[in-house]
Design a binder for this molecule. Structure first.
Ligand SMILES: Nc1ncnc2c1ncn2[C@@H]1O[C@H](COP(=O)(O)OP(=O)(O)O)[C@@H](O)[C@H]1O
Ligand SMILES: [Mg+2]
Length: 310
């Protein structure tokens, strides 16, 4: 659906993005994650045709963004960093105006505006002036204007930035509802954002892609092995050596807390069960057991500190 080839953009002597390559398939929800200044907004402005790259190409549903801008704009709804809201307009009128600009047929404008209002849950403010809305509602109106022409693709640049936690949760729910109906690319510098909403993650740092995978895949690349954390009532050396003999256990160490054991294991679905059985038959008394996966935070720190992870 979206194909990005060798995309480079320089602002004078600053290279904002360098040789980016990635593809987004139809129906995917992809997170574009990176710290401030990584090049997220630059990439999104180029994908949506708002800015030309220095070199490289973008095609949307087979149309080149710069050769067929009209075909491309028809297929994309864009929420830029600063939502393009005419604050002295009423919400309903503004959405009708955007629908008209986007080429929605006159006879469909009313129903399209109603659809966008309904899907972003802004019925209660649809007859208010945009300037009087809270930040959370303004952001929803920004998403509504991206949705109003019912585009196949939605590009959302930091959709939750500056919102309070309740509003963040509401926007996340909204993005989940978009899943399946649209191809979505959302950018963020906040890790839980992509964990909550995205199937695939592209991590960008200093204008380059440093990792690209599913959340699960990134976790696997980070570890290779899994860690399992166990706590027992009666910890003794016999138990430690017995656990070392369980198939798939690579390493056994005492943990910091009383009765704590940290096991490094191969990625095997039956291993937790085998460990639990071993502890139960030893009479050590299992108190707690959990698998410790790496968080996206760990991954992010690792890839942005060490460069590529592929
Ligand atoms: N209009 C501009 N002129 C000059 N430099 C810019 C401009 N826009 C962005 N940059 C620079 O390009 C880099 C990437 O910026 P941006 O794409 O906004 O990153 P992000 O959205 O990930 O925070 C940064 O170093 C930023 O300072
Ligand atoms: Mg940005």
């Amino acid at each position: 659906m979206i194909q990005i080839r060798d995309l480079t953009k320089s602002y004078g002597t600053t290279t904002a993005i360098k040789d980016l390559n990635f593809t987004v398939n139809k129906g995917e929800v992809v997170g574009f994650l990176g710290p401030n200044g990584a090049g997220k907004s630059t990439t999104m402005k180029i994908i949506t045709g708002y800015m030309a790259p220095t070199s490289g190409s973008v095609t949307i549903a087979g149309f080149d963004v710069f050769e067929n801008p009209i075909e491309v704009k028809k297929r994309i709804g864009f929420l830029p960093e600063t939502p393009p809201l005419y604050t002295d307009m009423y919400v309903w009128d503004f959405l009708a105006y955007v629908a008209k600009l986007k080429g929605v047929e006159k006879s469909h404008i009313k129903s399209q505006v109603e659809m966008a209002i309904e899907r972003t849950h802004i019925q209660s403010v649809s007859h208010r002036l945009i300037q009087n809305l809270s930040k959370g509602f303004k952001q929803r109106v920004g998403i509504a204007q991206a949705l109003v022409s019912e585009p196949e693709i939605l590009i959302l640049d930091e959709p939750t930035v500056g919102l309070d936690p309740k509003q963040v949760a509401e926007i996340r729910d909204l993005i989940k509802e978009l899943k399946g109906k649209h191809t979505v690319v959302l950018s963020t510098h906040i890790l839980p954002e992509v964990q909550a909403s995205c199937e695939r993650i592209i991590i960008i740092n200093r204008g380059r892609i440093v990792a690209e995978d599913s959340l699960l895949g990134l976790n696997r690349k980070m570890t290779g092995n899994h860690r399992i954390f166990v706590r027992v009532k009666n910890l003794n050396e016999n138990l430690l050596s017995a656990l070392g003999g369980v198939k798939g256990v690579v390493d056994v160490k005492k943990g910091d807390a009383p009765g704590a054991i940290v096991l490094t294991t191969e990625n095997d679905e039956t291993i937790q069960e085998n460990i639990a059985t071993k502890i139960a038959t030893s009479g050590a008394g299992l108190i707690e057991m959990r698998a410790e996966d790496y968080s996206l935070e760990d991954i992010f720190l690792k890839v942005t500190a060490e460069g590529e992870l592929r």
